[in-house]
Design a protein around this ligand. Structure first.
Ligand code: PLP
Length: 436
């Protein structure tokens, strides 16, 4: 058995390195990486590599497995749906999972969001929001509102529309020539307060041309876990309302309890015109996404056939994804998942805040179920975070960095003993790299 397990690793890696192409990867690094992970199973807070080692999953598999891997209730829901109807189109057809999920999402969403448009992943949820915003204004008689505003450092996905909104310079640069124009609000040394002052000025000047302001509320994830005051989201709501522009909140990362409340928007007491959700919505099992809209936005699409929203992905409303998403919502409700967050936030703060004293640490940031340590370094392409990554891997945890930012964003219901172990690995790994 052991020999075949080892042979399995080598064979899978060889095939992969010959033909597969990885996201966000330098293949020169990947192909020479002695620690390249080959995984064979995932369960709860951990996954298992081909050598039989169980590793702690420090980021819930790119922020998706918010109830852990293979939660028994999600597996059962998926199997039940698989046994009856895995897929049918959502064009001119409906079915119980998608119809019930729509009403259940509306029930948990900020009050006033009443319509649910399905797509596949975070990027498509944002594409939908962009096209809805433009068409909504045009059909209300304001076709000149077609500019978008987003924050520097924002991440809204990788498709061309979503990347146009993005403000992570390294991710934009190669494609800049084909991205549409998006006004970036700078994140200067003054922090987010200053940025929202700048947003106010910008809206005074060009607000009448703006289709939508797009924000990750309270916490900018891929930017390096940069948090800001909920009051600023509130301010953006007032600025957009006054200018007649839409507010799009991208809760692809922040939704499902990541910042402590179910949606980050709740902390600001704000209802956006459009809200995007994905990642956690699919329970860490399936790609599944939704863009929620107010009745006001939806109303602009009523009337003749030419006023329809001309958008629909082949797998939108997929019954398997919808069935799993319904079960994710049910588990959050019935297992009172959010009630366990404050204790865990306190554990994260208790373990990570002292690292702020270490030379080489620029800042420690904790919010909800996220703890991040920004090291001295040059942003996303810096290798310092990867040195911590290797130390952590040797100690049994997968802690993929965002350049010079090392962070954990585990499942929201992570057992406290797993969280303690994960924190211990993170802290000792950072210390190992920073202290000679
Ligand atoms: C990951 C992410 C996206 C893109 O989601 P994909 O599923 O990767 O397309 C969009 N917005 C935010 C805030 C994200 O974190």
């Amino acid at each position: 058995m052991r020999a075949s397990a080892h042979g399995g690793r080598a064979e899978v890696l060889a095939l992969d390195r010959r033909h597969a192409w990885h996201p966000y990867a330098s293949h020169d690094d990947w192909e020479s990486d002695p620690d390249a992970l080959v995984l064979t199973a995932a369960s709860g807070t951990r996954f298992r590599d081909a050598d039989g080692r169980w590793l702690l999953d420090g980021n819930a598999s790119w922020w998706t497995a918010v109830l852990g891997h293979r939660h028994p209730r999600l597996v059962a829901a998926l199997e039940r749906q698989l046994a009856t109807m895995p897929h049918v189109p959502f064009a001119g057809i409906t079915h119980e999972p998608a119809a019930r999920l729509a009403s259940e999402l509306v029930a948990v969403a900020p009050a006033g969001l009443t319509r649910v448009f399905y797509s596949d992943d975070g990027s498509t949820a944002l594409e939908v929001a962009v096209k809805m915003a433009v068409q909504c204004h045009a059909q209300r008689g304001e076709p000149r509102r077609r500019r978008f505003v987003a924050l520097e450092g924002a991440f809204h996905g990788d498709t061309v529309g979503a990347a146009s909104l993005g403000g992570v310079e390294v991710f934009r640069r190669p494609y800049a020539s084909v991205l549409f124009d998006c006004l970036q609000v700078p994140l200067g040394a003054g922090g987010h307060d200053r940025s929202f002052d700048a947003l106010g000025k910008l809206m005074d000047q060009v607000g009448h041309e703006v289709a939508a302001v797009v924000l990750e509320p309270v916490l900018q994830g891929a930017a390096g876990m940069r948090q800001y005051e909920p009051a600023l989201v509130h301010r953006a709501r007032e600025l957009t309302r006054r200018a007649g522009a839409l507010l799009v909140l991208d809760e692809v990362f922040t939704g499902f309890g990541r910042t402590g409340t179910f949606w980050a928007a709740e902390q600001a007491g704000v209802t956006p015109d459009l809200l995007c959700t994905a990642k956690a919505l699919g329970g860490g099992m399936l790609p599944f996404a939704a863009t929620l809209a107010t009745e006001d936005v939806f109303r602009a699409f009523r009337g003749g056939r030419d006023r329809a929203f001309f958008h629909g992905h082949t797998f939108c409303g997929n019954p398997l994804g919808a069935a799993v998403a319904r079960e994710v919502l049910a588990v959050f409700r019935e297992e009172r998942v959010l009630e366990g967050v404050p204790r865990r936030t306190a554990m994260i703060e208790g373990a990570l805040l002292p690292l702020g004293e270490l030379p080489g640490v620029r800042e420690v940031r904790c919010v909800g179920m996220v703890g991040a340590v920004e090291l001295e370094g040059q942003g996303y392409l810096d290798s310092i975070g990867w040195r911590v990554y290797r130390e952590a891997l040797a100690r049994g945890a997968y802690l993929r960095p965002l350049g010079n930012v090392v962070y954990l964003a585990p499942r929201i219901d992570v057992p406290e003993e797993d969280l303690a172990e994960l924190l211990d690995v993170l802290v000792t790994s950072v210390r190992a790299v920073l202290t000679p």
